[in-house]
Design a protein around this ligand. Structure first.
Ligand code: TRP
Length: 334
């Protein structure tokens, strides 16, 4: 039987952090074993908000190094950056003409990102989910690992695929399914457990980077917001204690021990004791990744070759779809 095809993308807008690793990359790595995977550094998505070209360029390499250092293997998966495969932008245009304005008006991420000043947001930010649909449909992906915040965009992808099929060819696009992994937790900010850990948070203490030194990790965990109680004795307490809940989630996810067992392990102990154990376990995860990133980043020509090789493989697949779509649209004169 043909292996299922997986596609996912990560924006090159800054350093990768622990939330990216535990929420996405760790799962990407394990999917490589059984599926045929494409992992894309989505630089065309990044420019929906202004990016300094020099910084964008270095972030593309940095994100690629983070992929490889986390265990993605270019012999198993196709690893590339989006702008190097022109089919993404080509298909996105066609899908822009399939997608309805009313569908995009419902996208909550656009509302959040554009904020009050909607007239001043780029048209690209508004059409962002259509480009994401193009990414996925270009390769006829079966499965898309995404976080909660992207589920609505995946629904939209299905709606676009369905309308394309209705308008042009009933069988053409497969409707992709999300992979929502219950072992891939949503890691929250260390400063405010109501927000996701994010590259764009103003406080650098809100996130642990995959390139942080052991000292930086220790400081960030010491400063992580908590409360003045002891460690919980039951999971019932977690909903009232979001910061502790987040730290326990991190411990559980790294150690592969379920949260109830972590609670039992630290039941009624001092938070400072738990934090010092947490530091050790985070450092044991991040230290080797961080040294891998530094090593890989120092070999720019290796990174470039990896991306070029991935782009070649992706282009071959993308070309086939674009040729077929051009025929369906009535563009190809033959
Ligand atoms: N929008 C996704 C995010 O911000 C990134 C992304 C772009 C993506 N294209 C994709 C994810 C295709 C999955 C599939 O997380």
């Amino acid at each position: 039987m043909k292996k299922e095809l997986v596609f996912s993308g990560v924006q090159p807008t800054g350093n990768l952090h622990l939330g990216n690793y535990l929420g996405a990359l760790k799962n990407f790595v394990s999917l490589q074993k059984s599926k045929s995977c494409l992992y894309c550094v989505v630089d065309l998505h990044a420019i929906t908000t202004f990016q300094n070209p020099k910084e964008l360029n270095s972030n593309i390499l940095e994100t690629t190094a983070g992929f490889l250092a986390s265990g993605l293997d270019s012999n198993k998966s196709i690893i590339f950056n989006q702008s190097s495969v022109s089919g993404h932008a080509e298909l996105a245009w066609i899908l822009n003409c399939v997608c309805r304005v009313g569908w995009l008006n419902r996208m909550t991420q656009f509302k959040d990102k554009a904020g009050k000043n909607r007239d001043n947001a780029s048209l690209g930010l508004y059409a962002y989910p259509v480009l994401m649909a193009a990414d996925i449909l270009l390769y006829h992906a079966d499965k898309v690992p995404v976080g909660d915040d992207q589920k609505q965009h995946l629904e939209l992808t299905r709606d676009i695929a369905h309308k394309f099929n209705t308008d042009y060819n009933h069988e053409y696009f497969k409707l992709p399914d999300p992979i929502i992994n219950k072992d891939a937790p949503r890691i929250m900010s260390l400063r405010d457990a109501n927000n996701k850990m994010s590259k764009s948070d103003v406080s650098k203490y809100s996130r642990i980077l995959l390139t942080d030194s052991n000292d930086e990790i220790s400081t960030k965990i010491s400063k992580a917001k908590s409360d003045s109680l002891k460690m919980p004795s039951s999971s019932d307490e977690l909903s009232e204690r979001p910061e502790i809940n987040n730290l326990i989630t991190i411990y559980s996810s790294i150690s592969n021990i379920d949260k109830d067992s972590v609670i039992n392990l630290f039941c009624d102990k001092e938070i400072s004791f738990f934090k010092s154990e947490l530091k050790d376990i985070v450092i044991s995860l991040v230290e080797p990744i961080s040294s891998n990133i530094n090593e890989i980043k120092s070999d720019i020509s290796f990174l470039k070759t990896t991306l070029e090789d991935g782009a070649m493989q992706a282009t071959e697949r993308a070309r086939k779809t674009i040729d077929e779509v051009n025929k369906l649209m009535g563009f190809s004169i033959d």
